[in-house]
Structure formats: structure tokens, C-alpha cells
Design a protein around this ligand. Structure first.
Ligand code: AMP
Ligand code: FES
Ligand code: ZN
Ligand code: ZN
Length: 322
């Protein structure tokens, strides 16, 4: 197995590119693919100040590393979600990464700062944990980016994530979600610009990138997400990809090029939020926190209010609520 670029021994094969790469040229490929996505979708301009949402997983830590390498002023944002030992371990990974490289990191902790956590808030509002979690993350990403004067929030969604979400939304023709599934969402009143610079790179490549760059990341999945539909869609797409390399890429990029415009009207004032939550078209302001909201109080403030004084819910390592 030889590197496509230099013919030296290769360390990784990428079937959808029908090519193998040595360490140096694989790392260069990751940087080039990130830069290409940023340029192709006009995600960032040179010198932009970017807030990278980092979970402690391979994708977001690799993204932070790549954006710094590409010359952006990239600061991290970690949200402690209070998901038992999983959150403790992922927070430690992020802090170690930032400290070792002297990078600026903002930390928000649901328990310390808002007196709740994902399991407790989910139970208090009768939401599934992933919904309480997603809502909290979106709200806190937006706030931190606007308060800190950042040009954009970057998340570590990769090609596998985006193809799986697209697959799920297409299976059920969820047109409002389809309209929101873009690699860049422009800033609007009360919302920062949101970008996904890893859409040209797959999960396996991001894991290899971390190993080769010496980045320690949390390997375990969130215990609350185990067995969810999204993971099932990923598995289904992996089977298709194994038989027909390049399918995920063609599915996702074909959608962006040839079909996404057909859904643009399905979500007025496109944003990345859950439909109907807080960020449809022209909205008022939350009377507590000032964020855009269709009702007097935004969904995040309602979540915090509903969990006030609630008995904290703990979770087992298997993700069950106790
Ligand atoms: P997920 O929703 O867990 O698939 O994560 C998608 C992206 O959201 C990650 O790649 C990160 O950029 C960001 N993210 C997830 N969890 C956190 C967290 N606890 N703190 C900050 N960013 C996060
Ligand atoms: Fe949000 Fe698991 S990371 S529920
Ligand atoms: Zn090479
Ligand atoms: Zn609010």
C-alpha cells in the first residue's frame, strides 16, 4: 500500500477517494478538505474569530486543531451537561487538550451555572434527554458566540453525521428539517453564524487524524444516545458505503447541489434549531434572557424554570434515569 502522493508506505486507505496516504499526506488531506469546505460554502473569512463547540470527542477536537492549523483565531466552548461520568470524562479531555496547547476555552456547566443537568431537565420537562440536551446546547452556543463577539460557531459534524441526519429526514420527508440541513447557516437577529467545516471528512478519518496528531479523545458514546435512531441510520449507511464507496458523499453533496433549494421555503428564516422551539422566522424576545423566542419565555428558560428545585436525577452507566 503506497501513498498516492509520494509513493512512500501508506498508513490509511480511503476507499471513496480510491487512494492510500502516508502520515504527512493524510494530515495534509484533512487540512485541505477542511479548507475546501470552508471556501466552497463561504463558511469563514481569513482571520475570523471562531468559537469551536468541543464535546471531547474526536470530531470537535480535530476540528479545533484543524482551525488553529489553518490560521483562525479559534477558541473552544465546552458545555458540562451533567451526564454522569461521561460528562466528567469528556470535560477532562477538553481541558487537557486546551491546556497542552495554550488555547482559550470557555466552560459552561449546567449544574453549576443553571442548577440543573440534562437528566434532571429531561425528566422535569418530559422531554427525551437528547431533546433537552440539544435545546440547551443550541441556546448556550448562540449566547456564548454573541456575547463573546465571535464571527461564527463551528461544530464537529462530519460527513457520516450529516449523511445519517439527511437519511433520517428523507425517510420521513421532514421538509422543515431538510431545509435547515445546510453546512452553513447565516447569522440572523439573535443568532450567530453556524458552520460545519468537517462535512467533507468521515468519522474514520477523524479518528485517524486524532491518533496521528496525538489528540486524546473520549471514545465512548453518550450513554443517553445508545441505541437511538441516528446510530441505526449510520449503520445502514455504513453497509451501503462498504458495497459502494462514495455513496455517503454523493448522497449528501448531491442533496446540497441538486435538491436542497427545493426545501428552502419549508423553514422560514432557516436556522439549526428544532422546528417550533425558539427560532422560526420573525420572533419576539424571551423576557428572561432576551433570546429570540416565539413565546414570552424561551424554551431554554422554560426548561431551567421547570427543573428548579427538582430532585436531581442520576443516570446509570447504561444511560437509564434513576
Ligand atoms: P452531537 O450533537 O453530540 O452529535 O455533537 C455535535 C457537535 O456539537 C459536536 O461535534 C460538537 O461540536 C458539539 N458539541 C456536542 N456536545 C458538546 C458539549 N458538551 N459542549 C460543547 N460542544 C458540544
Ligand atoms: Fe446530549 Fe447525549 S450528548 S443527550
Ligand atoms: Zn505521502
Ligand atoms: Zn430565555
Amino acid at each position: 500500500m503506497k501513498c498516492r502522493v509520494c509513493r512512500e508506505p501508506a498508513v490509511i486507505d480511503i476507499r471513496r477517494h480510491n487512494a492510500n496516504f502516508c502520515v504527512e499526506h493524510f494530515l495534509r488531506l484533512c487540512r485541505d478538505q477542511t479548507a475546501k469546505a470552508i471556501e466552497e460554502f463561504s463558511m469563514l473569512s481569513p482571520g475570523d474569530k471562531v468559537l469551536v463547540a468541543v464535546s471531547g470527542g474526536k470530531d470537535s477536537l480535530a476540528l479545533w486543531d484543524l482551525l488553529v492549523e489553518l490560521g483562525y483565531e479559534a477558541h473552544g466552548l465546552y458545555i458540562g451537561l451533567g451526564i454522569g461520568g461521561y460528562s466528567d470524562r469528556s470535560g477532562a479531555m477538553v481541558r487537557d487538550f486546551a491546556q497542552a496547547r495554550g488555547l482559550e476555552l470557555t466552560q459552561i456547566d449546567l449544574r453549576a451555572d443553571y442548577d440543573t443537568d440534562v437528566p434532571t431537565a429531561a425528566k422535569a420537562t418530559r422531554r427525551v434527554p437528547c431533546s433537552a440536551c440539544g435545546l440547551s446546547k443550541r441556546h448556550l452556543f448562540d449566547r456564548a458566540a454573541l456575547d463573546g463577539g465571535y464571527d461564527a460557531v463551528a461544530t464537529g459534524h462530519n460527513l457520516d453525521d450529516e449523511a445519517a441526519v439527511l437519511f433520517g429526514n428523507t425517510l420521513r420527508w421532514q421538509t422543515e428539517y431538510l431545509a435547515r440541513q445546510m453546512p452553513v447557516l447565516e447569522a440572523r437577529a439573535g443568532f450567530p453564524r453556524k458552520v460545519k467545516p468537517l462535512v467533507r471528512l468521515g468519522e474514520r478519518e477523524m479518528a485517524a487524524y486524532c491518533v496521528l496528531r496525538g489528540i486524546d479523545y473520549i471514545v465512548e458514546e453518550c450513554p443517553m444516545a445508545v441505541g437511538n435512531k441516528h446510530l441505526g441510520y449510520k449503520e445502514a449507511l455504513n453497509e451501503i458505503e462498504a458495497r459502494s464507496p462514495g455513496s455517503k458523499h454523493d448522497f449528501y453533496f448531491g442533496y446540497l447541489a441538486r435538491a436542497s433549494h427545493r426545501f428552502a421555503d419549508a423553514a422560514p428564516g432557516v436556522s439549526s434549531g428544532t422546528p417550533g422551539d425558539t427560532d422560526s422566522a420573525s420572533v419576539g424576545r424571551c423576557e428572561r434572557c432576551g433570546s429570540p423566542s416565539t413565546s414570552n419565555t424561551c424554551a431554554f428558560c422554560r426548561l431551567i424554570e421547570a427543573s428548579a428545585g427538582a430532585q436531581p436525577v442520576t443516570i446509570t452507566e447504561k444511560g437509564r434515569l434513576k
